[in-house]
Design a protein around this ligand. Sequence first.
Ligand code: HEM
Length: 472
Amino acid sequence: MSQQPLPPAPALNLDDIQGDVILGIPKRVEWFLFFKIVNPAHFKKHLKQLIPAITTTNDIVKARKAIDDHKKKGDPGLIKLSGINVSFSQRGLNALGITDNLADPQFAAGQFASAQDIKDPGQVVNGAFDPAWLPQFKSHDIDGLFLFAGDSEATINEDCDKVFHVLGSSFKQVFKVHGNVRPGKEKGHEHFGFLDGVSLPAIASVQTPLPGQLVVPPGIIVVGADGDPNLASRPSWAANGSFLVYRQLNQLVPEFDKFLLDNPIQEPGLPPAKGSELLGARLVGRWKSGAPIDITPKVDDPALAADPQRNNNFDFSGVADQSKCPFAAHVRKTNPRSDLTNLFGADAVKPHAINRNGIPFGPEVTPQENHEHKTHCDRGLSFVCYQTVLANGFEFIMKSWANNIGFPLQKPVVPGFDPIIGQNGNDARTMQGTNPDAQTATLNLPFEFVVAKGGEYFFTPSITALKTKFTA
Ligand code: HEM
């Protein structure tokens, strides 16, 4: 894969960009506090006091170094660490009297307006689409979002108390989601059991890319930076901000496991349990360990998974068919690598890169749920991603890739839906290529393993913008 060298980018001001946008706040737990602004004048006055407590990207650089030093010393336990970030919906900007157009129509309209387009389940009521979302996300009350992330509930509770203390009655909580990294060996794995957060874009001028990692101009993630496609139409105060997508995605884990159990890939000499494991890997495009099936298609390879020099170094170009990886596998749909660059040039994937920083929520599956193959409590992914153009990032991935049965393009079969996040409104989905020996066979995906429960689009302003536009 040949890659054009990027023009040298001016260095980003890492003291001005909130900490979750590029590097992600290190976390074992994270709270998402969705809030409404009750008294805009008081809110602006009080927020000023909170600005020193907002975590910047440079704070994260230091925090990560502290974690590395702690690990090297072999000290037991986690160091006490926490971070606070704040973001606003268009509704929140309106409440604060900020009238500038941020040049992102999807942000301005809010995620509710996109629900039908991204094929969230729901129904038309009196001519208007009503997504099957949690009522909180339909309340039209969400002006902003505080992220609290850190090593423990006790630590982030202190930060949360501080915010409530400072903002007082100028704002009110609409609701709060508690995310937590899964326990023990499942640390870093999402609820279906697959290692998450393996492949993220490297931001030119900030991060040194690992082999196979997509390098994007900083303006794909940071507004106003080199490569921001809408640079010319943004107000200058939007620089160093980013658009945050929050999605509450419930995962039906016992049902997903049962589906794998019922549909093992059958190959001579492959025990059914291994066939189920292989099907799971072929739906995601990686084994549960994180090892990519494009490199190790038949058996898991935990040593490969753990090696950052190798675990992202693939581009689906080795074979033209689906013998290694189904065209519709989740990681292939959401980062098509050579499927796209072969057709449209080396830069084709870059505009669609997103920086993902979500966290699982909800308890571990109980023995009863396992036994009944039925979900009894809410669990899933608090999906968070950052980008500078929602129509190129999250919305593009959902509409043009995950939900588009014809994508990747120009393949000998119709690839079908992304089995993990592809949506078809209230209708069932199919995909092809899960069975390496019968690649045109259609697999029926009888229900959505991941259920969209709502969300919102936010803008995460720079520290300078917080000082100049959001405070008084
Ligand atoms: C509950 C829902 C989801 C689950 C269980 C899930 C799971 C995973 C897993 C296991 C990986 C592979 C590890 C990695 O490379 O980080 C992955 C990668 C990825 N996911 Fe998801 N994901 C979910 C939702 C989403 C959504 C909503 C999007 C965007 C619309 C998305 C976009 C991506 C991207 C861009 C990658 C990286 C692909 C690559 O670069 O190879 N995911 N996801």
